[in-house]
Design a protein around this ligand. Structure first.
Ligand code: GUN
Length: 261
């Protein structure tokens, strides 16, 4: 950041939100606040739910060419009439701070990347900071999304873990999870995972951002119950969420640095 400023470059991030999904609005506000906190220049583009795919592609094209913008984030999900893949493919891979473009996904697969996807990278940082060794460990990821599950599995594999990806069609889910030394839960179902899924002493990472029956923010893991078995566990809120944003800030700075290399 300081070396960037010395060269007269101020990292710039554009955040695009389409429609009025309340959760997306909260995420985008948090991203904006983090930019202010870190001294990253940010622009927000809030478009109406009726925005066409063509209009959104036009904006992405404009941002691809904009010199003071080094990173572009299009908040997902997009309204149903817009093809997410088409939009993500249109973002310049060099500005793709989410690492969702196929070029960046491919680079991550190979292990030689510019950006890591924000949530999985945030999880890795948390595990590393806690001194949790992954080599040779049984890691189970529940969820196979392109945003979290798949890249999370790949990052764990890069650390020489033995990785299993579980999903809605997995047989004997509980039994598979009970083999995990490290269990990463990214399913999007409030408090789905309780102590019956967890091996004594396991590490549990909760990627969920859900609402419980009273509308209160909670994770995919029933924290109280899981605490009885887990040796280490991340809370919601205040666990993975802030790490996602921290990685986004890091990626925005990297994108800016890469323009002066
Ligand atoms: N929606 C939920 N998580 C994410 C994310 O990491 N990036 C974007 N662009 N949209 C999301």
């Amino acid at each position: 950041m300081e070396s960037l400023k010395a060269k007269g470059v101020n990292a710039g991030l554009a955040v695009v939100i389409v429609g009025d999904d309340p959760a997306s609005r909260v995420y985008v506000n948090n991203k904006k606040k983090a930019c202010e906190y870190c001294g990253i220049y940010s622009e927000e583009y809030a478009l109406g739910a009726e925005t066409t795919q063509e209009e959104l592609l036009c904006l992405v094209d404009k941002l691809n060419k904009k010199e003071d913008i080094h990173g572009i984030l299009v908040q997902l999900p997009l309204p149903k009439h817009i093809n997410e893949e088409t939009i993500l493919n249109a973002i310049d891979p060099k500005k793709d701070v989410d690492a969702f473009h196929p070029v960046n996904v491919g680079k991550i697969m190979i292990g030689n990347f510019d950006f890591l996807p924000c949530t999985p990278a945030g999880v890795m940082e948390l595990l590393d900071d806690a001194g949790i060794e992954l080599e040779g460990k049984n890691c189970v990821v529940i969820g196979r999304s392109n945003i979290v599950g798949k890249p999370q599995a790949m990052l764990l594999l890069h650390k020489n873990a033995t990785v299993t990806i579980c999903h809605s069609k997995t047989k004997n889910l509980k039994e598979v999870c009970r083999e995990a030394d490290v269990l990463v839960v990214a399913v999007g179902r409030a408090k789905m995972v309780d102590e019956s899924y967890i091996k004594e002493g396991a590490v549990v990472v909760d990627v969920g951002m859900d609402r419980d029956e009273n509308g209160k923010l909670c994770g995919d893991v029933d924290f109280e119950s899981a605490c009885k078995k887990a040796s280490w566990i991340t809370p919601v809120p205040g666990g993975v969420g802030p790490m996602t944003i921290a990685t986004l800030m890091k990626n925005a700075v990297t994108a800016a640095e890469n323009t002066i290399r």
